[in-house]
Ligand binder design. Sequence first.
Ligand code: NDP
Length: 293
Amino acid sequence: MTTSTITLNNGVEIPAIGLGVFQTPPEETVAAVATALRTGYRHIDTAAAYGNEKEVGQGIRESGVPREDIFIESKVWISDYGYDETLHAFEKSAAKLGVEQIDLFILHQALPSAFDKTIAAYKALEQLLADGKVRAIGVSNFMPEHLTQLLEQTDVVPAVNQIELHPYFQQKELVALHRKHGITTQAWSPIGGITSYRESAKRSFDEPVILTIGEKHGKSAAQVMLRWHIQNGVQVIPKSTKAHRIAENFDVFDFELTPDEVAQIDALDTGVRGGPEPDVITLENFGKPIPEA
Ligand code: NDP
């Protein structure tokens, strides 16, 4: 039986579905967040680098849903890595969101060429956790070698690793490593949004295998993909600014994929990443200042 929450490795519960807001313009963020919360979502995934934390906070307040019922996740950008810098990054994000505590605070990327800075940033997250300023900590876009180094040099096993994950890019070895260490896999671009950002790419929304499965259940391609993740124990954060799609993406708890249907989607992996290779992320090519609150 699939439930609508996932228990993280420190006992904190995260909703199985959250709303993503990457590339949601600030002027559309308030409405998207408030709509999602009124639809039943209880988790919002933002990031300092998205430039819309203030509007996420405003959307939360405008929704009428009590703060304590909402799971807020944000990410520290690489330009704020380092122990003191990351402690300050929390202050900036919390002030923009208008909250005292952030439920899940994660490192947005590893900095492979400056891993000491990545470790210092993670140690700041450990301090924020110990101080009760965050309820859980984690990472994003960490590859197996980054996770291994992190586990060797720090004390708290990340609660999550948020990675690119959709039917065309499944990262099975990394997901197996997460399972081994009790790290929850969070899927970014869970419905393969990234496959539709380039004209030339094969769009997950047009995948015949997924569309055929959807027809059998009376569900859309997006709903089938989200259901596939949830049945695999993967937490999802689909992004939309449109009320009807925000509702559609949440309407995935009234059907179940068969083992054969899950296997058919498992077989769609191409091994081709849509986002940047995590190893090429450096301060020189991806750094940008994160404004004060
Ligand atoms: P998604 O897989 O969520 O797809 C989003 C795209 O699909 C948008 O173009 C959206 O358009 C469209 N869409 C949404 N719902 C539907 C639907 N039901 N049917 C058809 N199209 C739909 O991709 P994202 O890349 O946005 O990833 C989701 C979230 O993951 C981000 O918002 C962010 O929070 C996180 N993320 C994290 C990254 C990281 O490095 N940690 C990197 C990238 C994303 P429209 O808005 O017009 O509906």
